[in-house]
Design a protein around this ligand. Structure first.
Ligand SMILES: Nc1ncnc2c1ncn2[C@@H]1O[C@H](COP(=O)(O)OP(=O)(O)OP(=O)(O)O)[C@@H](O)[C@H]1O
Length: 303
């Protein structure tokens, strides 16, 4: 299921331009949507989910036109959505909650519904705690219940918005692995501001910034852009300054090592400088440094 977005804009009441002529093609499989807070990720996702209407632009989800009421209804049938703030009833058990959502989603037949709920509890490894009240669940367990409810209708398109926020490292890894296992023929759109989430599970990604796509391509292509821009600078303490971002700082006792992304500074005040192989985080920092041209209707695709 391919998603095609063309010249998509969203102006909120009050005049905030959240999307400014966004162009994006999302193929089948797991796709990462990366961007800082306020970039427009949630706006885009809510438009795709049919909760919010765009101001203008083209939205095609598979064969359906997301700008018409009929198209939105069709898309809802094939959509699973885990929002950032999924409300749960704390006094329901995981099983009761999923059953309740299944009824709301119109899953027909008592037996088939129960079977689907059990299948999903198994899939997200919550069968053994299915009778426990949701208020006793950890953040990671709640997120897994959230994914289970999004999968009730076996969606062709699954959208998850910032699913790992607030999870501890172990829960985060577990959640990522769960998402990766759901891939296959589905399109999964994973929105996050955490580079690591994308690195572990998505081969293709787009970077959103100020309402536009500033990069779309593979992880390898993203890293490729940063070759020659990542350096390790060693000084005897003086913090280097220039047209770069310091990504990390390491005090070694007698010296300080700075990992920088950008144009290397002059060698004055430096003990050593060596080029480094960029990582994903370096590349993200580099792409965030590059200017978004406000006159551009849409950023060029760099796939
Ligand atoms: N209902 C709203 N009314 C007015 N402005 C809004 C509304 N929702 C979002 N915005 C603004 O639109 C811009 C994009 O917000 P959006 O929530 O889509 O970004 P985001 O990338 O999802 O960020 P975050 O990770 O913080 O949710 C921001 O400037 C935000 O303040």
């Amino acid at each position: 299921m391919e998603i095609l977005l063309k010249d998509l804009t969203k102006v909120y009441r009050g005049g905030v331009q959240a999307l400014k002529g966004l162009e994006l093609t999302i193929p089948t499989g797991m796709f990462g949507l990366l961007g800082p807070n306020g970039a427009g990720k949630t706006t885009l996702i809510r438009i795709l989910a049919g909760i919010l209407h765009p101001t203008s632009g083209i939205i095609r989800v598979g064969p359906y036109d997301g700008t018409t009421e009929h198209g939105r209804q069709q898309i809802k049938r094939i959509l699973g959505y885990l929002p950032q703030d999924l409300g749960m009833y704390p006094d329901l058990s995981a099983r009761e909650f999923l059953d309740y959502i299944a009824i709301l989603k119109g899953l027909d037949g008592h037996r088939a519904r129960k079977a689907r709920v059990e299948e999903l509890l198994e899939l997200v490894s919550l069968s053994t705690v299915a009778r426990r009240k949701l208020k006793t669940f950890s953040g990671g367990m709640k997120r897994r219940v959230g994914i289970a409810q999004a999968l009730l209708n076996d969606p062709q398109l699954l959208i998850v918005d910032e699913p790992t926020a607030g999870l501890d490292p172990e829960e985060r890894i577990r959640f990522r692995n769960l998402l990766a296992d759901l891939g296959g023929n589905r399109t999964i759109l994973l929105s996050t501001h955490i580079v690591e989430d994308i690195a572990q599970s998505c081969r293709q990604l787009a970077i959103l910034r100020e309402g536009r796509v500033t990069f779309q391509g593979s992880l390898a292509q993203m890293v490729q852009q940063t070759r020659g821009k990542t350096w390790l600078i060693t000084t005897n303490g003086a913090r280097p300054e220039g047209a770069f971002t310091i990504v990390s700082t390491l005090h070694t006792g007698t010296a300080v090592q700075y990992r920088i992304v950008g144009e290397p500074p002059a060698r004055a005040n430096m003990l050593a400088m060596e080029p480094l192989e960029p990582g994903l985080e370096d590349s993200y920092v580099w792409l965030m440094r590059t200017q978004v041209n406000p006159n551009q209707a849409s950023a060029p695709r760099q796939a």
